[in-house]
Design a protein around this ligand. Structure first.
Ligand SMILES: Nc1ncnc2c1ncn2[C@@H]1O[C@H](COP(=O)(O)OP(=O)(O)O)[C@@H](O)[C@H]1O
Ligand SMILES: [Mg+2]
Length: 457
């Protein structure tokens, strides 16, 4: 979509025109053709200038802009061929994330830990190689900018770590895990980006916060993001209306927006994932976006909002029954407190042998179950148990995405039986916290929530 203003008329006529190209997925040369055609027809594009999209999307130009302002992207370089990608990956250091430029939804993105993995990535033309930030907290920011001043509408924290596409991860508003210093650094970064990109309208910025306290800019999108409706409903600030007025010439000050502050109520956006409709698909989350929709829920506390959002997304969390755990080696220890909480809540624990050993060594009562590849006559495997309805929740953090792996068979069984299946430790921690603490809540309309949110304290 583009907002166009007719040049020749004294009274400007503004039209909203759906363009057949999207700015993000279209290379600059083709965009230039569209822009020229629009101008020759007697219109100008109003709002964020066309060049801001190229500045944000062209990695070399964007990195230059970040450098000029002392901001940091994850270490990166371009590669021209498969062999070059391996050389670059070794220079940057593993793990790396490889992707083509000008893509949307994380399409064709691959996380690689070894030369062999990089060698399997098809390289057509130039690809971007990024240092993949492990265990980083991902943050999404939606803001308005009038070319000079930036209004930060929301800082959202993803439930799953960076590496799960922002379209697939659950996200929480206000961000529960940010220190005041991190919040300040995020705000400073977004204001610099708004001004230096020259955004006139909406701006979305994605950032990753690593354990050592660094704030990295993953990307800036000088346009409306998918979180805009979520933020508008959670905060009561109509971002689209405000952005249209800014595009038409109003300043942030003239809009009289409420003060920037985290909302009082908790809101959670959860992805609606289509796996159940595609028999044989693997519900593992990664940098390639797979969601087909999203839901939101708000409540007075985070666990209640999270439980409501999961229920609305079709993955209602169980309150009792059996939980099956199969955790990759690097995360086995981290699964102990989660399993202990579940046991304390009265759940029965089932686990594959390796996971069961870790949990039993920590003093937890757990029943080991055979994987499909360990099947012996008569004894049910985990897949049999899931199919027979003996599991109410599956927590499986996969080692890789091998379609023949046991993990795949477990996740596939959970999907076909419609058992909620969680594939990240962060997602599992949020779910267990919600199971333990969600409260029955009085139903409220969105209007009642927004009234409560915007009422001045
Ligand atoms: N360097 C990185 N380290 C870790 N995760 C990353 C990195 N870059 C991107 N990601 C993950 O991949 C997802 C998609 O990348 P992004 O640059 O936002 O592309 P898109 O244009 O598809 O939104 C992000 O939401 C984030 O979870
Ligand atoms: Mg993104």
């Amino acid at each position: 979509m583009a907002l166009l203003r007719r040049k020749s008329k004294a009274e400007p006529c503004i039209s909203l025109v759906p363009l057949l190209v999207t700015t993000v997925t279209t290379p600059p040369a083709e965009l230039h053709v569209v822009r020229t055609a629009i101008e020759e027809a007697g219109y100008t594009i109003i709002g964020t200038p066309y060049d801001a999209v190229d500045l944000a999307e062209d990695r070399e130009r964007f990195a230059g802009l970040l450098r000029a302002h002392g901001l940091r992207p994850p270490a990166w370089a371009m590669a021209e061929s498969g062999a070059d990608a391996i050389r670059v990956a070794n220079e940057i250091g593993y793990p790396v994330l490889i992707r083509p430029s000008y893509v949307l939804g994380g399409r064709s993105m691959r996380v690689c830990y070894t030369d062999e993995a990089v060698a399997q990535v098809p390289v057509h033309g130039r690809v971007l190689v990024d240092r993949f930030l492990e265990n980083a907290v991902e943050v999404d920011v939606d803001a308005l900018c009038d070319g000079t001043e930036t209004y930060i509408a929301a800082i959202m924290q993803h439930v799953e770590e960076a590496g799960v596409h922002s379209g697939d991860s659950a996200c929480v508003l206000p961000a529960p895990g940010l220190s005041p210093a991190q919040t300040e650094e995020i705000q400073r970064t977004v204001r610099i980006l708004g001004r230096s990109l020259g955004v006139v309208g909406l701006l979305n910025v994605q950032l990753a916060l690593t354990g050592d306290g660094e704030v990295y800019v993953i990307e800036a999108n000088p346009r409306a993001s998918r979180t805009v409706p979520f933020v508008s409903k959670a905060t009561g600030v109509q971002l689209v209306a405000a952005a249209c007025r800014i595009s038409a010439g109003a300043t942030i000050r003239e809009l009289g927006l409420p003060p920037e502050r985290p909302p009082r109520q908790w809101s959670v956006k959860a992805a609606v994932l289509p796996f159940a409709r595609f028999p044989g698909s693997d519900p593992v989350l990664g940098p390639e976006m797979r969601s087909t929709g999203e839901v939101m829920a708000s409540a007075a506390d985070l666990p209640t909002a999270f439980a409501k959002a999961e229920r609305a997304a079709g993955r209602a969390l169980p309150r009792s029954g059996s939980v099956f755990l199969s955790i990759r080696p690097a995360e086995k220890m981290a699964s102990v407190p989660i399993a202990a909480t579940l046991l304390g809540l009265g759940f029965k624990l089932l686990a594959t042998h390796g996971t069961a050993e870790t949990l039993a060594a920590a003093g937890l009562e757990v029943e080991p179950v055979r994987k499909l590849s360990e099947a012996v006559d008569d004894e049910p495997t985990v897949v049999d148990l899931i199919r027979r309805g003996r599991c109410d929740l599956v927590i499986n953090t996969p080692e890789g995405q091998n379609a023949r792996s046991d993990g795949y068979a477990i996740r596939e069984a959970a999907l076909s039986r419609r058992v909620p299946c969680i594939t990240t430790m962060s997602g599992a921690a949020a779910a267990v916290h919600a199971i333990a603490n969600a409260r029955a809540e009085e139903a409220k309309s969105l209007q009642e929530r927004i009234d409560a949110e915007t009422r001045t304290a």
